[in-house]
Design a protein around this ligand. Structure first.
Ligand code: IMP
Ligand code: MG
Length: 175
């Protein structure tokens, strides 16, 4: 039977420090604005929970859940498994996602929110894998740049497992 070993790549302490820094930058940038922070379920839920507690502003929050094939539908209207209930008129939107990989999902999501009359749409990700990018998209706020490796923990999964690890890790399989 193969055994799975978890190797820490980014520690709980490193994440905590970086999330505080991101929260401070976001607070600075959105002061005096009407900010709505949107979490992309499921992967963003841990990062989102920590990040919003480091934003010292009277924000609102909402969530979406994207379909896994969402990126292939490049021209269609917003089509999410779970959608927001917020009225975005006059609001500034910050989309929070676990990782920016090919960028196809976030580029679709961003386009969808631009159609909803928000003042602005920005992106915050915990992790960025620029080597894998296929869509022309950049994160406005990002925690860590990582190499092209598959990682889990702090919300990120492998077959829906490991989301609850309090750090970011790589998995190794042993026979
Ligand atoms: P993309 O940027 O459209 O390719 O997709 C991003 C999504 O792929 C993320 O929200 C994750 O769900 C998933 N993903 C990409 N890289 C990883 C990884 O290293 N570990 C876990 N999930 C990943
Ligand atoms: Mg995901």
């Amino acid at each position: 039977m193969s055994e799975v070993k978890v190797n820490t790549l980014i520690s709980t302490e490193e994440i905590e420090k970086r999330v505080s820094e991101l929260g401070a930058s976001i607070t600075e940038h959105y002061r005096g604005k009407d900010l709505c922070v949107i979490g992309v379920l499921n992967g963003a839920y841990v990062f989102m929970a920590d990040l919003v507690r480091k934003i010292d502003l009277p924000i609102t929050i909402d969530f979406i859940r994207a379909k896994s094939y969402v990126g292939k539908d490049t021209t269609g209207d917003p089509n999410f498994l779970l959608d927001t209930t917020t009225d975005f008129e006059g609001k500034d939107v910050l989309i929070v996602e676990d990782i920016l990989d090919t960028g196809i999902t976030l580029s679709y999501i961003t386009r969808s929110f631009l159609k909803r009359n928000a003042n602005s749409v920005a992106i915050a990700v915990l992790l960025d894998k620029p080597a894998r990018r296929r869509a022309d998209i950049k994160a406005d706020y990002r925690g860590f740049e990582i190499e092209d490796r598959f990682v889990v923990g702090y919300g990120l999964d492998y077959n829906e497992k490991y989301r609850n690890l309090p750090f970011v890790a790589e998995l190794s399989m042993y026979e």
